[in-house]
Ligand binder design. Structure first.
Ligand code: GLN
Length: 486
């Protein structure tokens, strides 16, 4: 059987239009990939429904860019009739009655949903090791993490199982794993894509994202997914754009900025060299490359600010998970609703989640609010003000998307770091300000990939994609699939 799923959407589309392949053949290739998955990427499958849909597609026209092509979705997107757990025991047995808007839109465009992917429990975490199905590994080296929280989506794309997988990004959950898996990971401007049906984590930062093999595919998916949705009042009314035109015409802005503190902080010589070389190449292509002195004090504030705000928001967003209609039943007799709920939640959440809820509740207590939550809100405002000042002078921020090889799984610790490295949290800038942000492959260190990340002004998603294409051409790294023994 020809291997199709390691190809980008653009090639699959072409083959469908020319009738070299049928949607059913593509689907069978995808199903086989899922069955042979080596990284623990999957929560649930929808093969029967997918087969029916594939058979019903008789014709694919040149304009139907996505029709007949399989896709995957992180398990925090509601999918009608398919159990959706966000990789948490507390949601075991929950079968949504409706599709998230993004799922519905992709289906309407003719795409075929084949499976749901693993994640860090409730999208909290960055390692891909905390979901209830266990660790999701990196195809490039199974002893290492692929990163999270969208671990299954990243590892599936990297293995060549499908050409598109949806993810969600609250801190860096699409853009970090993309870096560790040599895939393209995009997070849209806050509000550009409807979040109806996406389980909320931290509402003020959550954005829909996705993994593809190249920037052009990403731009096509954004064109289909963007736009106002009356089911999500935070979705923007702004006019939809044809994002692929930015990529096809390589439409970009001119000034690319880097942070002095980031440049000084990169300790891995391989990553440093590739990053500096990329900046040089961009200069040669005529871009103005600008150093910006973003205050280190604010960079050091990223982690505590993110932790307090995201834990607070997630504590209230997840307060509805009471274990009554689904999830593990509380043991023994319960006198009251809150007694039952306490027991069910104790059983249903892992330690990491409980710890985050403790932080969230603590910072929201009226006695602590001023000192913790309000202070974090103020810190966020300062961080974003400074970013907006940056964007007054410069059009893009370019940073490495990871700063070391993916961590070894046996080296992970559950202890909180007391002196977090701001480089590990730099991508949260994109969520604090709601900016569009794209990670794409930059290079390999030994056999392990690392990416580069572009962040732009809000609603300049198209220009971010345009520069992504420029960089893709400069690195020559696109349509990458992990190959055994390489
Ligand atoms: N790693 C971050 C966290 O632990 C980001 C998670 C995300 O973007 N969903 O919360």
């Amino acid at each position: 059987m020809t291997k199709w799923m390691n190809k980008p959407i653009s090639e699959l589309h072409d083959a469908l239009v020319r009738k070299i392949v049928t949607p059913s053949e593509l689907l069978e290739d995808c199903i086989q990939g899922i069955q042979e998955d080596k990284c623990n990427c999957f929560e649930a499958t929808a093969f029967d429904e997918a087969r029916k849909t594939a058979q019903s597609i008789k014709e694919v026209g040149p304009e139907d860019y996505l029709r007949g092509i399989p896709f995957l979705a992180k398990d925090n997107f509601s999918t009608k009739g398919i159990e959706t757990t966000a990789s948490s025991d507390i949601l075991n047995g929950y079968v949504p009655l409706y599709d998230a808007t993004v799922i519905a839109k992709l289906k309407r465009a003719g795409m075929i949903l084949v499976a749901k992917t693993t994640m860090d429990e409730l999208a909290m975490g960055g390692t891909g090791t905390t979901g209830h199905k266990g660790v999701t590994t990196n195809p490039y080296e199974h002893e290492r993490i692929v990163g999270g929280s969208s671990c299954g989506s990243a590892a599936a794309i990297a293995q060549g199982i499908a050409p598109l997988a949806l993810g969600s990004d609250t801190g860096d959950s699409v853009r970090k794993p993309a870096s560790l898996s040599a895939t393209v990971g995009f997070k849209c401007t806050w509000g550009r894509i409807s979040r109806y049906g996406l389980f909320p984590f931290a509402t003020s930062m959550d954005a829909v994202g996705f993994f593809t093999r190249n920037v052009l595919d990403s731009s096509h998916v954004l064109s289909v997914l963007s736009g106002h949705d009356r089911m999500d009042m935070s979705s923007s009314y702004r006019k939809k754009e044809k994002y692929e035109s930015y990529v096809e015409k390589r439409k970009t802005l001119h000034r690319i900025g880097y942070f002095k503190a980031v440049m000084d902080g990169i300790s891995d010589p391989v990553i440093r060299k590739s990053y500096v070389e990329l900046l040089e190449k961009l200069k040669k292509r005529g871009y103005e490359v600008v150093e910006y002195d973003y205050p280190e004090k604010l960079l050091d504030a990223l982690y505590p600010t993110y932790m307090i705000l995201s834990c607070a928001e997630s504590t209230s967003n997840n307060a509805n998970l009471d274990g009554i209609r689904f999830g593990p039943k509380a043991e023994g007799e319960s006198e009251t609703y809150s007694d039952y709920m306490r027991k069910a939640r104790t059983k249903g959440f892992s330690d990491l989640i409980k710890r985050r809820f403790v932080i969230g509740s603590f910072s929201l207590l009226s006695a602590n609010q001023e000192e913790m939550f309000n202070r974090a809100q103020k810190a966020r405002r300062l961080i974003v003000n400074e970013m907006n000042r940056f964007f007054d002078a410069v059009d893009y921020l370019l940073v490495p998307a990871s700063y070391s090889k993916p961590k070894r799984i046996d080296s992970l610790s559950t202890a909180w770091s007391t002196k977090p490295d701001f480089l590990d949290n730099i991508l949260t800038l994109g969520n604090f300000g709601g900016y569009p942000s794209l990670t794409l492959p930059l290079d390999f260190e030994d056999t392990l990939p690392f990416g580069v990340n572009i962040t732009g002004r809000i609603f300049e998603d198209g220009y971010v994609m345009g520069l992504g294409k420029e960089i893709e051409d400069l690195t020559g790294l696109k349509d990458i699939v992990f190959k055994e023994g390489k």
